[in-house]
Design a protein around this ligand. Sequence first.
Ligand code: CA
Ligand code: CA
Length: 77
Amino acid sequence: MEGAEQVADIEAARKAFERFDLNGDGQITAAEYKSVMAQLGDPYVTEPVAQAVINAHDSNGDGLLTFDEFWAAQNNK
Ligand SMILES: [Ca+2]
Ligand SMILES: [Ca+2]
């Protein structure tokens, strides 16, 4: 069942990613991250904080989080 669990995880991660990717362009910006965290009830995530979170997982350094980078972050806790 290891394979099935992996699939479930990636599907859950994709849903989470889509929740943050407000405009559906496949990348999470700091502004998107910030507004979703505010919706989730965390108003303390300011845009610089959001950018720092993204930068921590942004492996190609473009300041945006793709699903691949997001997924790698999920697997790297
Ligand atoms: Ca986006
Ligand atoms: Ca990136």
